[in-house]
Ligand binder design. Sequence first.
Ligand SMILES: [Zn+2]
Length: 100
Amino acid sequence: MASAMARESEFLFPKQHLPGSVHIEWKRCGRPWCHCASGGQLHGPYFYRRWRENGRQKKQYVKLADLWRTLEAIKLKRFELPPMTAIKTSLDLAKRSPDS
Ligand SMILES: [Zn+2]
């Protein structure tokens, strides 16, 4: 019985599953002459996956190339997705005002 359940959960949750959820962050670069220092638009978006491991909070940078794969992997495990509209808006904003 236990083995049948294991097989089923393997089917539902393939090996590439990841724990946690993806968060969007915007950064100040620290250059005093940059627009971000005077309240202008911050740099980003940068994507991070956060999860708990052995009771400790972990954080890993997610490359844009890996973003969709990471979201898929998280969805398979936890059915938790960051608001896709927020990501799309962030990417549109980033396109409109390129990093200086
Ligand atoms: Zn800056």
